[in-house]
Design a protein around this ligand. Structure first.
Ligand code: TRP
Length: 336
């Protein structure tokens, strides 16, 4: 019987190299990406162009972009199976971004909650890029005729706008862009800050945040100081409502060991928090150790990383150029 090959759906995600990657990024997102390459045609890029909407230190941005690439590979994202690239290496992003700016309305951009939040936080630098960021994000997505965008809640509004822009453009010029769908990934763990379990783990709360490249002894110290709950029970039990600190640690432990909450409860029955916290720390250290070591090894091999970036940019650019040519033709630009 003849084999029918069904094309894989294309998935694309951009991540800003604006801070060091941490355990929340890893357990909440990156870890789930590894298996996706079997099912989808995956593109991941370092969204460096997006990061400069907020002032960056140039040397730090360069370092973090390369480090992030190394950490993705170290986590198991195989550059042979996924297209990994740096956004600014593929000039078509900026070019389509400009065109789409002209198909995005001032009113639409004004309604973006991320713009409102970020301009409130950076009142001294409310620049045009911060405002038109969603048009560039739409370009990132539409350039690749993307089917699926795996996004968290904070990016849903930008994905909706991307669909509106694509539909508007297609309505005028015919079917140029595929209309992408948001993809809700299989529940990644939602990791909270170790010392403020009501807020998400984030680089802006460094004491409660475990970074992927952090030294084991620093990780263990953070776990030992993790806030457990002020109940008098001193008992490892999953109850996010009344015991958010302990439940967060259980969530982390479950994500890194694969054990269920019941298994964890019986494992630590009668032990109290004093024994539980360092056990979670130890499990996290062992999970991150191979990642840190592999990332360190890759970072020492600049030629290899540059090769990955170059070949990723070539693959991406090949796809992006086809879309851009079509768009330029449709809007009436004179061919070169
Ligand atoms: N805006 C996203 C964020 O801040 C990053 C991003 C840029 C992105 N372009 C994208 C995500 C395209 C998905 C698809 O997290």
């Amino acid at each position: 019987m003849e084999e029918v090959k069904v094309a894989k759906k294309r998935m694309l995600s951009g991540i800003q190299p604006s801070g060091d990657l941490h355990l929340g990024n890893y357990l909440g997102a990156m870890k789930n990406w590894i298996g996706l390459a079997d099912e989808f045609d995956c593109f991941y890029f370092m969204a460096d162009m997006h990061t400069i909407t907020v002032r960056q230190n140039p040397a730090d941005l360069r370092r973090r972009t390369l480090e992030q690439m190394a950490q993705y590979i170290a986590c198991g994202l195989d550059p042979e199976k996924n297209v990994l690239f740096v956004q600014s290496h593929v000039h078509q992003h900026a070019e389509l971004g400009w065109v789409l700016n002209c198909f995005t309305m001032f009113g639409e951009l004004s309604r973006m909650t991320q713009f409102k939040d970020k301009s409130a936080k950076n009142a001294e630098n409310i620049n045009g890029g911060l405002f038109t960021y969603p048009s560039l994000m739409a370009a990132d997505i539409l350039l690749y005729q993307t089917d699926l965008i795996p996004v968290g809640h904070d990016q849903k509004q930008h994905c909706e706008l991307t669909r509106d822009i694509a539909q508007r453009f297609n309505g005028i010029y015919g079917n140029v862009f595929k209309i992408p769908e948001p993809y809700i990934p299989k529940a990644g763990a939602r990791i909270m800050s170790l010392n403020a379990p009501e807020t998400k783990m984030s680089k802006s709360l460094p004491d409660g945040c475990v970074f992927l490249m952090e030294k084991p002894e620093d990780i263990q110290r953070k776990f030992k100081r993790a806030i457990t709950d002020s109940d008098t029970e001193n008992c490892v039990r999953f109850d996010p409502e009344n015991k958010p600190g302990v439940s967060n640690l259980m969530n982390i432990y479950s994500a890194v060991t694969g054990r269920s909450f019941e298994q964890i409860e019986s494992e630590f029955a009668g032990c109290g928090y004093g024994a539980f916290k360092p056990a979670v720390g130890e499990a996290v250290i062992e999970t991150l150790r191979p990642i840190r070591e592999e990332a360190t090894r890759l970072l020492a091999d600049k030629a290899y990383l540059e090769g990955v970036c170059r070949s990723g940019a070539e693959k991406a650019s090949y796809v992006a150029e086809k879309t851009l040519r079509k768009v330029y033709k449709k809007v009436g630009f004179l061919p070169r």
